[in-house]
Design a protein around this ligand. Structure first.
Ligand code: PLP
Length: 376
């Protein structure tokens, strides 16, 4: 059974928890850019709520499309330098909708074995031939692409950044293979949009393949304001097709105006300047280098998801608990969420952590690590 800690303040670097925990330093939200409680994002939500109401009481194609939904779709496409975009209530829905709408039993989908659950579920819903390649293993992907030549269309699907390890898909190599074997590339950018790459466009920008990745799904519920919502962006004919066929889009309520207002303002802030993303990168670097110097192994590279690798499930659980006793909120992950023997505490850095917050976290880890034998 999982339990939920109840927060009685806004989402941010400092939290108040129900039952008295005040001044808790939060290192486990996907609030990478700290926009969840940004004053301009909140103001934009209030303005959208006042002007456009609480919600649409309708799906988009009946009477649920407002000017702000169209504006946000245009802004998303512009941000990613794609032709068009379509909004969903979540990225889970975007992933649930795309494969079934696009692929037929004559087609094939090739999916990284560690893809997010929503991609796995989306693929389950479609009738295409399914191939699962070993995590980021290009030899295995190539072998599967060769086998999939018999099908009409091939789609390679991968997370851009993997949330459990903070590692980044080798998109350059994936795109080269896709070109060689005439496949399309789909990436889920939930843990990349807004901050990876020189202008925060994501993994495709970071790895120089913006013109090679055909389809991007991402969320508005993490770096882009953190409210909720997801989208697909890509070629216009694909987006047109999704508007006709994608079931979570056709049969679920429109995004509430306040949520649209948040995301729209978050994108404005990021398109004006990449200072926030740079600040997050600097904090990430500070945490990773200090923790490594203290003797910990941090998985992944340069990503604000910093998994502190511990191996033993019990050790991860007791250390996370002890960190909270010291006012630092982090979460331990163990099997079945991650493979057996690879238990870890996942730390997530945000642009709104101060240098002092980062240093306090490293100090607490060092104390707790020594106490429980994770450090000498
Ligand atoms: N894809 C990935 C990689 C995620 O991490 C998540 C959220 O945890 C999702 C999709 C789902 O996003 P949303 O919360 O918008 O449904």
């Amino acid at each position: 059974w999982k339990s939920e800690r109840v927060i009685v303040s806004r989402q941010g670097p400092h939290l108040r928890l129900a039952g008295g925990g005040a001044g808790i330093l939060n290192f486990c939200a996907n609030n990478y850019l700290g926009l969840s409680s940004h004053p301009e994002v909140i103001r934009a939500a209030v303005e959208a709520l006042e002007k456009f109401g609480a919600g649409l009481s309708s799906v988009r194609f009946i009477c649920g499309t407002q000017s702000i939904h169209k504006d946000l779709e245009e802004k998303i496409a512009c941000f990613h330098q794609r032709e068009d975009a379509i909004l969903y209530a979540s990225c889970f829905d975007a992933n649930a909708g795309i494969f079934e709408a696009l692929l037929t039993p004559e087609d094939a989908v090739l999916s990284d074995e560690l893809n997010h659950a929503s991609i796995i579920d989306g693929i389950r819903l479609c009738k295409a031939n399914k191939y699962r390649y070993k995590h980021m293993d290009m030899q295995d992907l190539e072998a599967k692409l060769q086998d999939a030549q018999k099908h009409r269309l091939r789609l390679v699907a991968t997370d851009g950044a993997f949330s459990m390890d903070g590692d980044i898909a080798p998109l350059k190599e994936i795109c080269q293979l896709a070109q060689k074997y005439d496949a399309l590339v789909f990436i889920d950018e939930c843990h990349a949009t807004g901050f990876l790459g020189p202008n925060g466009r994501g993994t495709d920008e970071l790895l120089g393949v913006m013109d090679k990745v055909t389809i991007i799904n991402s969320t508005l519920g993490k770096a882009l304001g953190g409210a909720a919502g997801g989208y697909t962006t890509g070629p216009k004919p694909l987006i047109d097709l999704l508007r006709q066929r994608s079931r979570p889009y056709l049969f679920s309520n429109s995004l509430p105006p306040a949520v649209v207002g948040c995301a729209s303002k978050a994108l404005d802030l990021l398109m004006e300047s990449n200072a926030i993303a740079q600040s997050m990168a600097a904090k990430t670097q500070r945490f990773r280098s200090k923790m490594t110097a203290a003797g910990f192994t941090i998985s992944g590279k340069d990503h604000p998801i910093c998994p502190v690798m511990l191996g033993d499930a019990r050790l991860a659980a007791v250390m996370a608990e002890d960190m909270l006793n010291r006012g630092i909120y982090v979460i331990g992950f163990s099997y079945p969420v991650v493979p057996k023997g690879k238990a870890r505490i996942r730390v997530q850095i945000s642009a709104v952590h101060s240098d002092e917050d980062i240093d306090r976290c490293v100090e607490a880890f060092t104390e707790v690590g020594r106490k429980h034998g994770a450090l000498p």
